[in-house]
Design a binder for this molecule. Structure first.
Ligand SMILES: [Zn+2]
Length: 245
């Protein structure tokens, strides 16, 4: 697999006036543990930090033990991804914390999910929250803050909730992004990463291990190799990006 599609990204990094912060968020921890392990193996090979967004109801004790064991030799971090990854909307776009939910139900989902993940991960759980489908109503913000969550990560196109108790670290580039149901080509993806670098960063890349076929891990391997080796890149966990903001 040649890394030609990474050319524009390499050029953008070469031209960067300063260092560009880069983070990787992988969603849906709890689904397809074998694929999660395969992705984390690739990341670990390059010392790449990955923030895995864990679905509380899908995270069993075995998976938690495996991830905690891996943390000692890697830059793996875990945080909360909603509660059960359930779409509660009857029309329009899918959302776990959307307009169909009363504020009280949102608050109890956040609280219950956080309690479940704290039982699994203890102080290894970052105070970071990613809502499923990257969207939410503003009522999510006070629910997070009241549970001690201080960082929200959505998609950059979702805008900002602007709550004073929350730092926001949105993702910019979706590995599975596309237009009208057709995924971007690798070349388009590379150009998008280059554009995000040219904008100065931080650059957040969103992955979904459960739907990532093995052959795409080779492409991620090439990307992580470039990022790990390039002097203009500073790789960080979401929590570190939030603290530096
Ligand atoms: Zn998700």
């Amino acid at each position: 697999m040649s890394g030609r599609w990474l050319g524009p990204l390499r050029e953008a990094l070469d031209a960067a006036p300063g260092r560009v912060t880069w983070f990787v968020r992988d969603d849906d921890g709890g689904w397809d543990d074998a694929r999660l392990a395969a992705l984390l193996d690739v990341a670990d090979r390059h010392g790449m930090p990955v923030d895995v967004a864990m679905i509380p109801t899908e995270t069993g004790p075995g998976l938690a033990r495996e991830l905690i064991a891996r943390m000692d030799g890697s830059r793996l971090r875990v945080h909360q991804h909603g509660y059960s990854h359930t779409n509660h909307e009857t029309e329009g776009r899918k959302c776990e914390f959307g307009p169909a939910r009363p504020a009280g139900a949102i608050a109890s989902d956040v609280r219950d999910g956080r309690r479940m993940l704290l039982e699994r991960f203890g102080d290894r759980l970052d105070p970071v929250f990613t809502p499923p489908w990257n969207r939410s109503v503003p009522e999510l913000a006070p629910a997070l803050v009241s549970c001690g969550i201080t960082v929200l990560s959505r998609d950059v196109t979702a805008g900002r909730l602007g709550h004073p108790g929350l730092r926001e670290v949105p993702v910019d580039v979706d590995w599975f992004g596309g237009r009208r149901g057709v995924r971007w080509t690798r070349e388009e993806l590379g150009r998008r990463m280059a554009t995000a670098v040219a904008a100065g960063g931080p650059v957040g890349l969103m992955l979904h291990h459960a739907v990532t076929p093995p052959e795409e891990l080779d492409e991620l391997d090439g990307l992580f190799a470039l990022l790990a080796a390039h002097p203009a890149v500073r790789t960080r966990a979401i929590q570190e990006v939030a603290l530096a903001a």
